[in-house]
Write a protein that binds this ligand. Structure first.
Ligand SMILES: C[S@@+](CC[C@H](N)C(=O)[O-])C[C@H]1O[C@@H](n2cnc3c(N)ncnc32)[C@H](O)[C@@H]1O
Length: 213
């Protein structure tokens, strides 16, 4: 989704960091072998995630929605040397693909995969986090916020992807559109919850940064 004219979008990408070679390989193989390749964060958003992670310099990172591991590898770039990245996905068919790319990177030993429904796994994680990326099923975004907020350290960051949902947040809500309904609820929740301060960035499909107070 382009929220700015395509030519300007191209200029933005051209004047941002290049995509690392390993992520180019991962993208190619995702497009060749995996369904719904558009789900991966991609070059520009990946560089944004990497930059935010480097600014936060988190010890522990939690990612909800791994897919083929693109965003996990971007977030790992900012992780502390003794840090851990825990990434969750419900689709077991993606597990070996993710592992292959995690192990090709220098972060392999620091990345831990969790297979299953994020709402079952998160309460069992005995860790706190400095950076959390929410990028799984949209219907659960408000639930994810409620289960992670106590696991986020003060000063820690939640990044939430797809919060503009291709602009559907502005359209008349259809009765059966549970994803848009949940995202509307989620965006309102982040704005009013006194535990976080929030800025919604119109990057790609909308990326919100919330910082725990
Ligand atoms: C948009 S993709 C993630 C893309 C990835 N973060 C990236 O940028 O490369 C969403 C992923 O969430 C996973 N997912 C959906 N519902 C889930 C759930 N309830 N628990 C865990 N993972 C879930 C899907 O299997 C899918 O791989």
């Amino acid at each position: 989704m382009h929220f700015i004219p395509e030519a300007l979008d191209e200029y933005v990408v051209k004047h941002s960091e290049n995509e690392p070679e390993l992520l180019q390989q991962l993208t190619r193989e995702t497009y060749q072998k995996i369904l719904q390749p558009r789900m991966l964060s991609g070059h520009y958003q990946g560089r944004v995630l990497s930059m935010i992670s480097k600014l936060v310099n988190p010890k522990n990172i939690l990612e909800i929605g791994t897919y083929t591991g693109y965003s996990a590898l971007c977030l790992a770039e900012g992780m502390q040397k003794d840090g851990e990245l825990h990434t969750l996905d419900i689709n077991e068919e993606l597990f070996d693909f993710q592992r292959k790319y995690f192990d090709k990177s220098v972060y392999g030993a620091q990345i831990f995969q969790h297979l299953g429904d994020a709402m079952d796994i998160i309460p069992k994680l005995d860790k706190t986090f400095d950076l959390i990326f929410i990028d799984a099923d949209k219907d659960n975004y408000p639930n994810y916020f409620n289960v992670i907020i106590d696991k986020l350290n003060v000063g820690g960051i939640i990044l939430s992807d797809n919060v503009l949902w291709s602009g559907k947040v502005l359209e008349t809500l259809k009765k059966d559109d549970t994803s848009t309904k949940a995202l509307l609820e989620y965006n309102a929740l982040l704005k009013k919850d006194p535990r976080v301060e929030t800025v919604l960035l119109p990057i790609r499909d909308g990326l919100t940064i919330s910082r725990k107070l």
